[in-house]
Design a protein around this ligand. Structure first.
Ligand code: NDP
Length: 445
């Protein structure tokens, strides 16, 4: 058995019943195997891979709160502090009923390498709860967020661990979490990012993941003699990442024809009207099916995924893990799609990823393509430390440079290892090399 195979066995043995975590580790280990082989003796001696796959600290806690009927509800909270090799732990909080240890471990593990690619000094973490914000009143959301922070505050801080948002956690939830953190600690400091602009938030944080995705997609397309201008683009999801992906893609001249939620998708042959999406999702917190009330020429398809029938040049999955399955990928390629760039974390299954790579489709994995969000979170941290506010243009142009730099790292690492178009390998190796270098320089901790 190779070292990588041994470690994969170990992951499965010590984390049974965690398929998403196994999937994320398998992808990284398969990609970095050639880089590991070259130093196998040293890495085995210091148990490098065994360390990387074990969170430095893993916290799970109960979150009691009282609903509008006066009944007590109990949820489970998590914070997985995976790696501090490069800086304070950093990664989002997800509130969604599907949250469990496997999802937290997969997201925390991915975050290590993503954060490394940003070039910012941030380690990898993830957290959240199986709480479902959908259908809850404002008071219930506040009650839950305050209770969640009443435990979490013990483990975070501006130089220790700085959570941000993710699915189900936007500026509203970050505000409630921050309010409670401040109350308990008596500190007004950057212990969370994605904050409101009035109390330490950064301009461009809201837009960062989506804008960054489009910036890096354009870099990859340019390198292959293409451009997003004039392309037909399909986007899944209609949350934070999807909304600002649509915005930037449209600004750069693409025609975006779809958005979705977990109930179905909208196809608008005239191009998605983003004002309508923002009004439904950001102002009214409604469902995407309502889009056709404002745009009757669009179609709403209930109970299906965008990826089942859309015709597009470029696919940008921005909803959730494993949404783009093999059969959908086969259909996309048959219908002429030539690029897939992940806005969500691991939205493409392993089988679909392998298929797309085999077919020569330009494919960028989320840990490179959606790193813009965490990169601007790191810029928010530095603004908080300096008590300084940077302008929109200033942060946006730094985000753009960071995404270009990530593209360059991914491209050159793939080329170094003889697979110039395998950007999954490029992203994993580029991130891995930085984390390993930092661990070595700190005496293998
Ligand atoms: P939001 O909660 O704002 O939006 C999530 C969107 O995805 C909603 O439209 C939601 O629909 C849809 N969705 C969620 N689960 C499913 C599912 N199982 N099937 C179909 N649709 C689904 O989250 P974000 O936009 O912040 O996050 C989206 C993805 O991007 C996640 O994978 C997240 O980890 C990743 N990401 C987010 C970053 C950020 O800065 N926010 C940074 C990097 C990555 P519904 O309302 O019906 O649930």
């Amino acid at each position: 058995m190779t070292y990588v195979e041994e470690v994969m066995e170990r992951v499965k043995k010590f984390n049974p019943g965690e398929p998403e975590f196994h999937q994320a580790v398998q992808e990284v280990l398969d990609s970095v195997a050639p880089a590991v082989e070259a130093h196998e003796e040293e890495y085995r001696k210091v148990k490098l891979l065994e360390r990387l796959i074990e969170p430095e600290r893993s916290i799970s806690f109960q979150v009691p709160w009282v609903d509008d009927n006066g009944d007590v509800q109990i949820n489970r909270g998590y914070r997985i502090q995976f790696s501090s090799a490069l800086g304070p732990y950093k990664g989002g909080l997800r509130f969604h009923p599907t949250v469990n240890r496997s999802i937290m471990n997969f997201l925390g593990f991915e975050q290590i390498f993503k954060n490394a690619l940003t070039g910012q000094a941030i380690g990898g973490a993830k957290g959240g709860s199986n709480f479902d914000p959908k259908g809850k009143s404002e008071r219930e959301i506040i009650a839950f967020c305050h209770s969640f922070m009443t435990e979490l505050f013990k483990y975070i801080g501006p130089n220790e661990d700085v959570p941000a948002g993710d699915i189900g956690v936007g500026a509203r939830e970050i505000g409630y979490l921050y309010g409670q953190y401040k109350r308990i600690t008596n500190q007004f400091e950057g212990a969370l990012t994605g904050k409101g602009l009035l109390y330490g938030g950064s301009l461009v944080r809201k837009e960062a993941t989506g804008y960054g995705l489009v910036y890096i997609t354009e870099e990859m397309l340019k390198a292959h003699g293409k451009t997003i201008e004039g392309a037909t683009v399909a986007v899944s999801g209609s949350g934070n990442v999807a909304t600002y992906t649509v915005e930037k893609a449209q600004q750069m001249g693409a025609k975006v024809v779809t958005v979705s939620d977990s109930n179905g998708y909208i196809y608008d042959p005239d191009g998605i009207n983003l004002d309508v999406v923002k009004e439904i999702k950001e102002l009214r917190r409604g469902r995407i099916s309502e889009y056709i009330n404002a745009v009757p020429t669009a179609q709403y398809v209930h109970g299906k995924s965008v990826w089942e029938d859309v015709v597009c040049d470029i696919a940008l999955p921005c909803a959730s893990q494993n949404e783009l399955k093999l059969e959908y990928a086969e259909g996309l390629v048959e219908r002429g799609c030539y690029a897939v760039c992940e806005g969500a974390n691991m939205p493409t299954t392993r089988e679909a990823t392998d298929f797309l790579l085999e077919k020569g489709i330009l494919f960028l994995p989320g840990k490179a393509s959606n790193a813009g969000g965490v990169a601007v979170s790191a810029l928010e941290m530095s603004q908080n430390s300096m008590r300084k506010r940077r302008s929109f243009e200033d942060v946006d142009s730094e985000l753009h440079e960071i995404m270009k730099d990530i593209w360059e790292q991914v491209r050159s690492a793939a080329a170094d290892y003889g697979q110039p178009c395998n950007y999954v390998m490029g992203a994993n190796i580029a991130g891995f090399r930085k984390v390993v270098k930092a661990m070595r320089e700190q005496g293998w901790v």
